[in-house]
Design a protein around this ligand. Structure first.
Ligand SMILES: [Zn+2]
Length: 81
């Protein structure tokens, strides 16, 4: 099934993902989502991935092609100075 809708972005960048969309992909309240920009699209995924360094599932980013949490990115960028 293809889901398609248009939603406004509020002043701080939030949108509401319709319940039927969330249900279709298994997004649940309180669950972390992975947000990535790929080829000009914002892609939301369940955060089933973990940081390659510490196994956290929160605050993940793509860093040099690897999934890394914000804490480890800070550590990496600070230790590179
Ligand atoms: Zn980490």
């Amino acid at each position: 099934m293809i889901y398609k809708t248009y939603k406004p972005i509020d002043p701080v960048g939030r949108i509401v993902i319709p319940k039927d969309f969330r249900d279709a992909v298994g997004f649940r309240e309180g669950e972390d989502l992975l947000i990535e920009v790929e080829d000009g699209r914002i892609v939301l995924s369940k955060a089933e991935q973990t940081c390659v360094f510490c196994d956290r599932t929160a605050g993940l980013r793509s860093y040099m092609g690897k999934t890394v949490c914000e804490n480890c990115i800070k550590h990496l960028t600070n230790s590179a100075k």
